[in-house]
Write a new protein. Structure first.
Length: 364
């Protein structure tokens, strides 16, 4: 049997001894030097695709997997393609440390309480922490959490929030994701649905910052890799994946699905209150018009966003494709997820693939 940390299918790594732990200040802080084992794993191999990451993990002996979980939780938790339960266990360690000694301990603790409370309450759906990167100087935390296990779900809805989203607002984003999940599971014959709150990018803090495309460009790659990773870790070959963007979150989605790149590994794209997706027409995206949906409340001020900012508004006829869904009584820029409303119900129909039940205002 290979000793933990001595390589694997993707190239031989040198034997990894105690020095890997001793030379890591973070590990020495977490464990007394006398408690460190005679070996511990080096960081996981870098620059692997999601399929390679999944294969690398599955090839490790159980003892080596446990060593990675104990001594490299941050690196392991950020790897797309690994099972949700593994990423959750790793990222929970990182969140607990951040709640104890991080920059925003109050917000980190509130998120930790929410997640642990869900696991401890049999009446609530478990929340899987699929990525957690503490805030750093100049950038906010990255938080990716799924209500329900995405690896076993029949449907996955990924909610991408927009401007102003940060660690302090993560629980509000989870509320929105949970409302989406509840609406989807009310659809007859829909099976199990998991909904993901994906703040895997540094969202702009204000409207001035949101007028630029830099934040969306930076978030595009991580979102693409996340959707690919969901496909790899899913045990359901027929799983449906829908990504839903609100406000600037829709701009991130557009850049991630740009036609000149690999595109998102999703069945449908939904954009609500979108200022634009970085292109002037549906032809600028990988997704085809039959699987692109856009909604906008009549009094949403974002409808006045000029096209030179992020391209033609997806709800406009000039976008050339997709379906404008009915948002019912939704009001303002953030009313698209009111429980029982037409807007959230239509999103639930899309998540579950019940396209014929969607009420629309215009199909192009």
């Amino acid at each position: 049997m290979r000793r933990p940390g001595t390589g694997g299918r993707f190239g031989e790594q040198p034997a990894v001894f105690r020095e890997n732990c001793v030379n890591s200040p973070a590990l020495v802080d977490r464990f007394a030097a006398t408690q460190l084992p005679p070996y511990c794993p080096a960081p996981p191999p870098q620059d692997m695709g999601t399929r390679q990451s999944a294969e690398w993990w599955n090839a490790l002996p159980m003892a080596e997997q446990q060593a990675y979980l104990q001594f490299q939780p941050a690196s392991l938790g950020a790897m797309d393609g690994l099972p949700a339960e593994v990423r959750h266990e790793a990222n929970l360690q990182v969140l607990r440390e951040d709640a104890a000694s991080g920059h925003d301990r109050q917000s980190a603790q509130a998120l930790l309480d929410r997640i642990e409370g869900a696991w401890n309450d049999p009446g609530l759906e478990n929340i899987y922490l699929l990525d957690y990167q503490p805030p750093e100087r100049g950038s906010d935390a990255r938080v990716v959490a799924s209500i329900g296990n995405p690896d076993t779900a029949d449907n996955i809805g990924i909610y991408v929030p927009g401007t102003g989203s940060d660690l302090a607002s993560a629980n509000g984003g989870l509320d929105r994701a949970d409302d989406l999940r509840a609406a989807a599971e009310m659809v007859p014959g829909s099976g199990q649905t998991a909904t993901v709150y994906w703040l895997g990018y540094d969202a702009p803090n204000n409207l001035l910052a949101a007028s630029g495309a830099g934040y969306a460009s930076d978030g595009a790659g991580p979102l693409r890799e996340f959707t690919q990773g969901l496909r790899e870790s899913s045990t359901n070959p027929d799983v449906r994946v829908t990504v839903i963007g609100h406000s600037y979150g829709s701009t991130v989605i557009g850049h991630a699905d740009a036609a000149d790149g690999p595109g998102l590994a999703v069945d449908d794209i939904v954009v609500m209150g979108s200022p634009g997706v970085g292109t002037n027409s549906i032809d600028g995206l990988h997704i085809d018009g039959d699987h692109f949906w856009a909604g906008m409340a009549d009094d949403d001020s974002i409808r006045f966003t000029p096209g030179f900012i992020h391209g033609t508004l997806p709800v406009n006829e000039g976008f050339g494709g997709g379906t404008r869904i009915d948002t019912g009584d939704a009001s303002g820029h953030s009313g698209y997820w009111e429980a029982g409303g037409e807007s959230i119900r239509n999103q639930a129909y899309i998540i579950t693939g019940n396209y014929g039940m969607v009420s629309d205002r215009e199909h192009r």
